[in-house]
Design a protein around this ligand. Structure first.
Ligand SMILES: Cc1cc2nc3c(=O)[nH]c(=O)nc-3n(C[C@H](O)[C@H](O)[C@H](O)COP(=O)(O)OP(=O)(O)OC[C@H]3O[C@@H](n4cnc5c(N)ncnc54)[C@H](O)[C@@H]3O)c2cc1C
Length: 291
């Protein structure tokens, strides 16, 4: 590991100042990704800015009909949160499937975004929930849809001097959302593929009004697959329709062969996972919330 200055600011203004003064900085949240990169000399920052002292960026709140997650909220807090289990159980499930208890106790939702791994588990479910991220710098605060944050593996649209401060999504009464993950083991396994789907229905008619389908580990970034969504919108639920939508998703994605799997296998499994996610989202919206 190369030498670096270590800072632990207590407020955002201090973070902005440190980022301006140290051009080769890295931000540290839980460190579960960053420490691995530091130890393997994959990155050599001149300064590490530890965000753990920013208490205001920890926590989960319901504000004006939106769930707002501080970027420093850990996976354990997401998994155990009453608000998340009530309004977005798929997110609690995704957070609960990250790594191991130790990783979940330290790893944060903002770090899961900032690391920009195409296999990140909280990303597809947050995309399916229509999440937006707030990026803050000394100069401006901007809000973008989560899917626009990522440019490629390890690359985001974050500018120098900018960090993720919150992630939020709207709470909808007539929406169901599901997360599905396939790893090589049941625990401590990076996703071979993961998928999430949300369905919003017209409460009176039960016509499908809005759909979001997102997958991880099938491209350089997590992706939303509109081909599957279009088949469902404006229609009534049926098993055949779900099957067709899942097939369209499988046709549309372009995964690659890598250490964890092959492109062909991923295409097959994508169809299965998207089908399961849509079925589960449907049963949630019609049974649990009374449609
Ligand atoms: C053994 C092991 C198992 C794992 N299993 C999984 C898994 O199953 N699923 C999964 O999704 N991930 C997994 N991970 C990856 C990791 O735990 C998660 O990505 C975690 O959410 C990272 O959060 P962190 O707070 O530790 O990030 P850090 O390591 O602190 O940071 C990660 C990156 O994000 C940047 N960053 C952090 N916070 C911000 C911010 N607020 N704004 C801008 N940039 C920021 C950092 O600069 C760094 O580049 C695993 C890692 C390990 C070591």
């Amino acid at each position: 590991m190369s030498k670096f200055e270590y800072y632990r600011p207590k407020c955002l203004n201090e973070v902005f100042k440190l980022m301006a003064e140290n051009h080769g900085y890295s931000l540290l949240a839980g460190g579960t990704d960053l420490m691995v990169k530091l130890k393997e000399n994959l990155i050599k920052p001149t300064a590490v800015i530890d965000l753990d002292g920013l208490e205001g960026l920890k926590g989960i709140n319901l504000e004006a009909g939106r769930i707002v997650l501080g970027a420093l909220t850990t996976h354990t807090r997401l998994e155990q949160s009453e608000l998340i289990n009530r309004f977005a159980p798929a997110l609690a499930k995704a957070a609960g499937l990250v790594g191991s208890p130790q990783i979940r106790n330290k790893g944060t939702v903002g770090g899961n975004m900032g690391n920009a791994s195409p296999a990140a588990d909280t990303v597809p479910v947050l995309i399916a929930l229509g999440a937006e991220v707030v990026l803050s710098s000394k100069e401006e605060i901007r809000t973008i849809p989560l899917e626009e944050l990522f440019l490629g593996p390890g690359r985001t649209v974050l500018k120098p001097g900018e960090l993720i401060t919150t992630i939020s999504f709207e709470v909808l009464n007539h929406q169901g959302c599901s997360f599905q993950k396939l790893g090589k083991r049941k625990a401590l396994a990076i996703s071979v593929i993961n998928a999430s789907a949300s369905l919003e229905i017209e409460p009176e008619t039960k016509v499908i009004k809005k759909v979001r389908i997102a997958l991880g580990s099938v491209a350089a970034t997590a992706v939303r697959v509109s081909a599957g969504e279009e088949i469902l919108i404006g229609n009534y639920y049926s098993s055949e329709l779900i099957k067709k939508a899942a097939e369209e998703v499988s046709k549309a994605i372009r995964p690659i062969d890598d250490v964890r799997s092959t492109a062909i296998y991923r295409k097959r499994v994508a169809e299965v996972l998207v089908g399961r996610a849509l079925e589960e989202a449907w049963s949630q919206v019609t049974c649990t919330r009374g449609g």
